[in-house]
Design a protein around this ligand. Sequence first.
Ligand code: AMP
Length: 190
Amino acid sequence: MNNVIFFGPPGAGKGTQAKIISEFLNVSHLSTGDILRKKLLDEDKLANELKEIMSAGNLVSDDILNSIVSSTLKRELSKGFILDGYPRTLKQSDFLNKFLLESSASIHYIFNIVIDFETLKTRILKRSSEENRDDDKLDVIETRYNEYINSTQKVSDSYKDKYSNIFYEIDGSLQIHEITEKIRQILKNS
Ligand code: AMP
């Protein structure tokens, strides 16, 4: 059983890798972005609020995310899971640590996909035309990237300090299959 966290800016390919690796490890893929996008379909008051926040490229509140993650993780603890897009703030990582401690669970691997902003911009625009996502427009990319730099990078840095023995930096400019291979090698050799 393995529990994994993927970090990386929007467009780094963490969702793609998280999906492939979840199948390889036979664990659940928990993408908070996907869960939130599903909630948008409800078209209720919460969905309208979420739509406004997400389409502007801002982060949804920690309380909403922590509640989504704790209820979902409870079901997945026995199988193992990959967290994709969470934790994104220090408040979320504090919540996750507490949740794991109380559940006698821990994280076994952390992968941080590193990529520069220019490469990201090109990738996100390509995805925008393929997936028709509201938040993949050029003017929103910068906000999303800034959210990553201002909030999420602090979280991945703190994990890098605290869990250096299970923290792996991956070059996100490589081809999808090359990244997958690197991750699989790490999983095999440790
Ligand atoms: P993603 O698909 O992971 O890029 O997420 C898409 C959008 O969902 C983000 O830009 C945020 O608006 C929201 N979101 C996803 N995960 C989180 C999170 N952990 N904390 C806050 N907002 C999130």
